[in-house]
Design a binder for this molecule. Sequence first.
Ligand code: CAA
Length: 690
Amino acid sequence: MSEIVSTESRGDCLVIRVNNPPVNALGHAVRAGVVTALADIGGARCAVLHCEGRTFFAGADITEFGKPPQSPSLPEMIAALEDCPAPVIAAIHGMALGGGLETALGCDYRIIDRKARIGFPEIDLGIFPGAGGTQRAPRLAGIAATLGMTLDGKPIDATRAVKTGLCDEISDGDILENAIEFAMQQSQKRRIRDLPSPVVDQPAIDAELAKAAKARRGQIAVDKATEAVLASAALPFEQGLEKERELFLELIGGPQSRAMRHLFFSERLSAKVDGLNASPKSLGLIGVVGSGTMGSGIAMAFANAGFSVRLFDANADALKAGMERIRSLYMASAAKGRTSEAEALDRYDRIQPAHNWEAFSACDLIIEAVFERMDVKKAVFAELDKVARADAILATNTSYLDVDSIAAATKDPARILGMHFFSPANVMRLLEIVRGAKTYDITLATALDAAKRIKKVPVVSGVCHGFIGNRMLKGYGREAGLCMMEGAAPEAVDKALYDFGMPMGPLAMADLAGLDIGYDNRRSMTAGEDYEPLASLLQDRLVEIGRKGQKTGAGIYNYEPGNRTPRPDPDVNAIIEQLAAEHGVKRRDVSSEEIVERCMLALINEGAAILSEGIAQRASDIDVVYANGYGFPRYRGGPMFYADELGAGHILERLENYQEKYGPKWWTPSPLIRELAASGGTFGHWKRDR
Ligand code: CAA
């Protein structure tokens, strides 16, 4: 037997043990080992399939995707489980995910640890269960429940696993011992393939499809997965398997799955920093300065992960309002059933209002989330410098400002960095961690560890105006504004980008954020910052006539009271036309292809600059920022992955086309794009000489 798969006889029961850390992915060695073990079953009356370590199989080995298949394949291994003359029992602990659950469904029975969960997360990789899961699961759980799990991707707990019929029994105590005892009582094989086909419950199926259509707009795997699951009712088992395979292979070789797999690995890589050589400090008490929307959300993110938090605001009324907001958000989450009421109250209790700066003297990490102005931030850090312990880490949540200048307001700039949360901070997964010129390795390592504990996806950025995400957004917004001035109606600009896959268009987004924010920003720009006045003419005019966006019931669009749906306004179109005429902009038809292309090229060109300057460590970090902080469609992999799919040569040619038309100011191709176009390289493979 291999080191990865071993067997042990326990009386008449053969225990097949798999040990393939960290998550027992079903790589080739595992599959081959299990098939060999089954072939050697000898006179055993039953077998138990058990995994060592923290989990049952977490799925097929994703690193093998796209490589030449190696026999035995996962379906072949599952067939060997079914063909084994003795009943085989899956002993599930931790998670049984994807191919892991399909393996369990290839067994005759499944016993599950009370804390374990099972699921089909493949949809998040742009695929669906492709090793018989779509044919076996419906024969136990029905079509609607299988579709629900397949299209939603979230695992279900042990109680639900038994209720749906996917598992047979819950185990309390030692899963292996319980599974052996259970196995010894089974004298019969019970292959799922021999069960009758599921019945079609159309209303329940339609309800699942409606949910998926909304949550997974644009993802082609939804239709293919549905077709495969429905085949379990329409076709005999073997033909159903063939249908599943055919649809699965279409997806796995396609661009959407490639993009989503790229993000899976990129999101795990982004927390790793080349050359970082320090272990994180342990964190206990967290301090948050500023109890506005951002500060409250940050306090909640830490409280949700079990940390005690001190929340301070120099304005006592604002602090009271912040605490009330937090309480009502927790109560709303309990009312929706996301947490129990007791848990919601516990979380709330972990956040203690603080009434003076001294409250921070015991904190290990203090995050500032006050008004976005350098003098205000510096004043806060000067106060923190007086009260915080010398070894405490101080972080600023600034979205744009120079972290090094903020750090300079303190005695020890090396313990300062940026922790840029995205709103709402208790929900959004992205956390940009801004490493200052003097930030200690241990400061950075601790912030990365904190991000992991509060379940954020961290991306490290260097210091520059707007860091990775907001710096890139500038060009994206600029091109949207220019397309509108040149002739596209606001709703046409937004629709083009919505259809590309963005959750909302940039102009509706500007209304949501408040047009006055950009207006004020443009008026407080410091030396070295620049913007395109033509692109913001409309926003400036609208702010000046009191249309500041959703909050005033009108901005680029109109809003009916209590309704956030943007409604096009002919008066705004008239203003656009008037402004265009005043500034000599010739109006023309601007196609949706042009809108998308210009907005994407602007993102990519700035992304290339960010990469070559070393602001981002790697192209995939930029993709992680955009997929998790800006709603970039996951099935497109992020702007830099999208650029690689188009090819650097194509990107260069299109940038040069716009450069010729509009001049060099915004359209000069980044030298990195020229380099990649010349060498045939990709952003994904490019490495900066350090
Ligand atoms: N294949 C290969 N590597 C995997 C993997 C898989 N299925 N699942 C996790 N890993 C790797 C991760 O890349 C990570 O590697 P590094 O340490 O080198 O970064 C390591 O295992 C640990 O993973 P996490 O950091 O994610 O650990 P976690 O404890 O936070 O989460 C988990 C564990 C919930 C299992 C999570 O890793 C996960 O969701 N994995 C993917 C599960 C999945 O999608 N399974 C379906 C696979 S596709 C399939 O099975 C298709 C089919 O039908 C044939």
